[in-house]
Design a protein around this ligand. Sequence first.
Ligand code: ATP
Length: 264
Amino acid sequence: MTAVELATDNGQMVSENLTGSPLALRGVTVSYGSEPVVFSVDMTIEAGTMTAIIGPNGAGKSTLLKAALGIIKPLAGRVTTWGGSLDSQRARIAYVPQRASIDWDFPTQVRDVVMMGLFRELGLLRRVRAKHHAKVMECLTRVGMQDFADRQIGQLSGGQQQRVFLARALAQEADLYLLDEPFAGVDAATEAAIITVLKELRNEGKTVVAVHHDLSTVEDYFDRVFLINRRRMGEGSVEAAFTQDALHATYGGRLGDGLIARAG
Ligand SMILES: Nc1ncnc2c1ncn2[C@@H]1O[C@H](COP(=O)(O)OP(=O)(O)OP(=O)(O)O)[C@@H](O)[C@H]1O
């Protein structure tokens, strides 16, 4: 599919070519119960960029990512990946969930978690060959976790756990990486290691989208921002969209002006 049929507010159908966008949302509304938590969101992720999804607690950032991944079915609206359906492109998308959402007591070794990133390549028979073990070690090395391959995941620090899940995403060799708060609760060394890998991916032409909380690092880390507070509050390059006005509109009085003052 190369064009997407969309209904405008007045009910007219328009056609839009979204093949150049690794991820696009149009009119996405998500509800967990009777009340929608994300309202009619349009989002267009540009290929080869790093986008920060920012907004206050409870703004719907994680919900938006889950809807983008098909983990939650939107009440209304459309999600396209490279202009096509999500199901046909799933292998090209890697997801690093919020650390808090994972059961770390599950008895599994670090190398097995990373091997999960290869499950499509392993096929139905799951025959693990030397090249697969080598790939796992290569990905662990890339995030500085090569010495922990045999460790139980429950015996890792928060930052180490986050690196292992990034290694799993790397093993998948995806084109689009969606990360939910990759820097939450990690030390400075881990944060630096993660951002280095993400920038390398971007420089290889991959697309990175991360839910991000620390407004003080947005300009250093990201090319683009998407602002949300239940609704889309802004989207664009960091220079154009990460402005004091947009932050005030998105966060209201909940943010210190000191942080907002950092934005242009
Ligand atoms: N499984 C769920 N069932 C019901 N309500 C939920 C569920 N998950 C999230 N919500 C609600 O939906 C709203 C959006 O939550 P979401 O986790 O997407 O926000 P967020 O912007 O990622 O927040 P945070 O920055 O605190 O992580 C919140 O009001 C939250 O309480």
